[in-house]
Design a binder for this molecule. Structure first.
Ligand code: FMN
Length: 201
């Protein structure tokens, strides 16, 4: 599949068939993620593929519980239900690729404070992880699968880090639900090229 087709056919997939995703496919998705550009080629990432149903269920349970706790006092039940839905869509996915952010060194570290560099450069480690995740999503389409980028589960970041044994200084950064799509994923409206493009000549 060419890149243009993969880009145009990618949509967030939130409903999956129960068919397992073979480990070879998960390894290939992560191999391609690892080819993404990264700050100073630091490759500030680690990927944990989870296919164990009971562990995925446990993770979702932790997220459900944390969302109830966080929203409990707001009285905004409808908001809570929507957030809960989108934060736990991975519970029925056959596979989940958890992405951890690992420390990086920039060239400027030799002269400047690391935290200052991070703020000044809008968190290049997180930007790098974004590039890697997009590689996973496009590759999933290429290999006949679908996926959904997930940050909602980070509401329970500390609890999930403990469960998955992600140890400091590594941090849970995101996850990607992966599987064969059930039905046709919804195609979302996108801004037109004229709304998002400016040319300065
Ligand atoms: C940083 C980031 C975090 C996201 N977190 C979630 C999430 O927690 N749950 C979810 O269902 N979708 C999540 N999404 C998917 C977006 O909702 C989706 O990309 C957007 O609605 C556009 O739809 P499309 O991916 O089909 O183009 C996330 C996407 C990004 C880039």
């Amino acid at each position: 599949m060419d890149v243009k087709t993969a880009i145009e056919q990618r949509h967030s997939v939130r409903k999956f068939k129960s068919t397992p995703v073979p480990v070879e496919v998960l390894r290939e998705l992560v191999r391609r993620a690892g080819l993404a550009p990264s700050v100073n080629n630091a490759q500030p990432w680690q990927f944990i593929a989870v296919t164990n149903k009971s562990l995925i269920g446990k993770m979702a349970g932790i997220v459900h519980e944390k969302i109830h706790k966080v929203f409990e006092k707001t009285g905004k039940d409808n908001v809570m239900k929507t957030v809960e839905h989108f934060s736990t869509i991975f519970e029925n996915a056959p596979a989940l690729i958890v992405v951890a952010n690992t420390p990086y060194k920039a060239i400027a570290d030799a002269a400047l404070n690391h935290d200052d560099i991070n703020a000044m450069r809008q968190h290049p480690d997180i930007q790098s992880i974004g590039a890697a995740i997009e590689n996973i999503l496009l590759s999933a389409v290429d290999l006949g699968y679908g996926g959904c980028w997930l940050s909602g589960l980070l509401v329970a970041q500390k609890e999930l880090e403990e469960l998955l044994d992600i140890q400091a200084p590594a941090e849970l950064a995101a996850a990607v639900a992966v599987g064969e799509p059930e039905g046709q994923p919804k195609s979302r409206d996108k801004k037109s090229i004229d709304e998002i493009f400016t040319l300065i000549e």
